[in-house]
Design a protein around this ligand. Sequence first.
Ligand SMILES: N[C@@H](CCC(=O)N[C@@H](CS)C(=O)NCC(=O)O)C(=O)O
Length: 261
Amino acid sequence: MAFGIKQLSWRDVEIPRLPPKPMLTALTGGYRRTPVMQIGADIYCDSQCILREVESRHPTPTLMPTTEAGLMWCLSRYTDGDLFSLAVKIVLGSAGDNLPSDFAEDRGRLYIGQDWAAGLKRANEQLPHLVAQMRAPLSWMDAQLSDGRTFLLGSDPAAINAQMYHIIWCIRGRWTGGPDLLSEFPDLIRREENVCGIVHGTSKAMRTKHATEQAKNAEPVSEIGVAPHELQDLQIDTLVTITPDVEGGEQPVEGKVRCAD
Ligand SMILES: N[C@@H](CCC(=O)N[C@@H](CS)C(=O)NCC(=O)O)C(=O)O
C-alpha cells in the first residue's frame, strides 16, 4: 500500500508460508517474518523500518502528509503491536480445530507463546470479548471518518491508512464473522474502498535466486555508525544477536553491528 501511495514499481518474491525459509533467512540473517524489503544488499525487516526507508528514498508524495508525523509513528506501534495481535487472536481463535496442525503450531507459537495450544483454545472461548475489543477501535476510526473525509487524516492517503488497513483486510478476509462486524461501520467501509483504490504500485514477480544474486552483486549503502546515546557499548563490527521484542520463539539474527541508533 505504501508503494501504491508513492506509485513505485517493485518486484515481489514468494516465500514459503511456513519455515524453514532458507532463501529468505540467507538475506535477513535469520528473521523469518513478512514483510521484508530488499534493495540491493540492504535488507529492511519490519514494516515500520520499511516505511521509514521508503519515505527517505522516495519522499514525495509523503507517507506523513500532516504535521503529526511523530504521533503517527507512535500510533503505528499500536496498529502493528496490540491491534495486530488482537486480529490474529480473533482469526486463529475462531478457526478452532479447523487450522492445519503445522500452521496452528507455527503461528500459535509465534503469536501466542510457549503455551500456544492452551492460548488458542482460550482465544476460541473468549471470542466475544476479543471481538468487543476490536469493535472499539473500529468505531473510533468510523467516527473519525464520519465527516466524509477520504482517508483517516484527510484527503491524502497517509501511511496510517495502510497500517490500519492490513488489520481490516485480515478481519474481513480471514474470519467468517469479519464482514458482519465491519458492516456496522459504513464510513470505515467507504475508506476501505478508497484505500483499495490506491492499489500497490506496479509489481512484477521475481525469482528467489535472482534476489540473492542481486544482494551478492551489490554493496550495502545503509549508514554506518553508533549513536552516542547507545548504552550497550556497541561498536561497529561487534558480534551481536538480535531478536524481535515479542517472545515468539524466533531464531535470533546473528551478525556484526553496522549501525545502531
Ligand atoms: N512487526 C512486524 C510483524 C510482522 C509479522 O508478524 N508478519 C506476519 C505476517 S502478517 C508473519 O510474518 N507471519 C509469519 C510468517 O509469515 O512466517 C511488521 O510489522 O512487519
